[in-house]
Design a protein around this ligand. Structure first.
Ligand SMILES: Nc1ncnc2c1ncn2[C@@H]1O[C@H](COP(=O)(O)OP(=O)(O)OP(=O)(O)O)[C@@H](O)[C@H]1O
Length: 124
């Protein structure tokens, strides 16, 4: 994968995640772990599982999309690991969950589907 983002080795991923100590969640690509960079930035490390249904191509597409799209409402891709079988993406940590959840909220807000009490109506 060619990228202007930082390339991390597997050893660095192990250090960042403290040996994959804490799982934040799990998506179609595999498990997502909490990590801390050397400069103390908190990150989310998405590790591609070999048995992932979505697979490497989609994993690359997600990385490439975030490489070209920069928006204050989108999570930032910090780097990646592409060492043999080990494929991982390192994102800025988002307190409010993942990209998809945030996009839904932004979209819902744009469509005006929040009531005055802040209750969300799902149309999608
Ligand atoms: N940048 C992030 N910061 C904090 N938590 C995250 C981040 N990215 C993912 N997560 C957590 O990991 C979980 C899985 O995220 P992931 O993006 O892999 O899958 P998804 O979007 O839920 O599903 P899918 O992969 O099928 O689209 C999320 O539900 C969220 O809890």
């Amino acid at each position: 994968m060619k990228s202007k983002h930082q390339a991390f080795s597997y050893t660095e991923i192990l250090n960042i995640t403290d040996n994959f100590k804490t799982i934040i969640g799990e998506g179609g690509f595999g498990k997502v772990y909490v990590g801390i960079l050397q400069d103390h930035t908190q990150v989310a490390v998405k590790l591609l599982s070999p048995s992932s249904m979505q697979g490497y191509k989609e994993f690359q597409s997600e990385a490439q999309l975030l490489t070209v799209v920069h928006h204050r409402n989108l999570v930032s891709l910090i780097g990646y690991c592409d060492e043999g079988e080990i494929k991982a993406l390192i994102y800025e940590y988002m307190v409010n969950g993942n990209l998809q959840q945030l996009l839904s909220v932004v979209l819902a807000w744009d469509l005006g589907v929040y009531s005055s009490q802040g209750i969300r109506f799902d149309f999608f």
